[in-house]
Design a binder for this molecule. Sequence first.
Ligand code: CTP
Length: 387
Amino acid sequence: MAHVIIGVTGGVAAYKSGEIVRLFVKAGDDVTPLLTKGAERFIGTRTLEALARRPAPDDLYPHLADADLLLIAPLSANTLAKLATGIADNVLTQLALAFPGPIVAAPAMNTRMWEHAATQHNVELLVGRGVRLVGPAVGELAEGEVGAGRMSEPSEIVDVCRSVLGRSVDDEWRGRSVLVTAGGTREALDSVRYFGNRSSGRMGYAVAAEAARRGATVTVIAANVSLPPPPGVEVVEVASAAELAEETFARERADLIVMAAAVADYRPSSPGQQKKKKDDAAWTVTLERTEDVLMELGRRRRPGQVLVGFAADEGEPGLAAAREKRQRKNVNLIAFNDVSRNDVGFDVDENELVLIGPEGETHVRKRSKEDCAVAILDCVAPLLAPS
Ligand code: CTP
């Protein structure tokens, strides 16, 4: 049985919050409803109190310490913006700032409000801080328009809450040291130009956030990542493959190392110290190999340590090469992604992976990078040495 605080904000979808409360109560969970003034224009406090089978509390403080999860459904554009910036001007937003546990929220608003750059920026901030968003779904909206903005169905919202509750801090992970590399390195050509790649760092950050949420002590070596740091994670910024190698080897004793960064395989062998002036001649650059960090970590791997590498390659031949790479680099798990597709992988929100481990392969079908991170750590968990 879990104790869930359900915050309801103003919007037509507020009427669906009754169904959410009913689903939790039916499963034997304890529900504390909390409506904003705006929500009361759409659904009565009494209705939710009756469905929750308890009155809305006068004093929320005891619930703050006691609740396992805060769900906000629907989440209006206004409250979303307040949460993103830390404004605490009503009981719900105060609670969200003070609540130490996981937060799930189901946005619901007009399509154009959802798509507005301000809202999308706020969404990025919240997700980066570990708030789990469900939806919005695409469909017909209250104003008769069609688009993204509808609140997800109550059953889907409750399912996501269940999975978040089921994955609260885990004894298996508590106190483990986890090192994740993320992003893409840049190799200087001269003082202003570089060779780089398209990796955004989202996959690595998702793995780091998930490991921290499970209770591990997490450091990310971030190569040129412009995302908000995952909550509770130490971030060490690097630029080049050489810097990444140095910072990684300095922490090579971690219980788990996940090499999610796209590390350059080559760098210009003699980068200019100043900006090269253009002239009419072609510019020929000689590239030299960088150190293969994963290979070296595999060579040095101590008993009980788990190493995860990524392989970006194309189709079946790529998958076969990834299997071979797992053996050759002496790593426990290789996460293969097929870069011949442009709907998953580099610089997009979703990924699809084949996890190649010692006991076989798991196909992780297309899903958010956060959910891919869950699948990766679920595969790693049985490989960790007993603590
Ligand atoms: N990696 C590394 N150091 C490098 C290059 C890559 O540690 N200098 C790591 C990456 O973080 C990733 C994995 O190695 O985990 C990718 O392996 P790599 O052999 O570079 O694979 P691909 O570039 O995908 O393939 P190929 O071997 O065909 O170049």
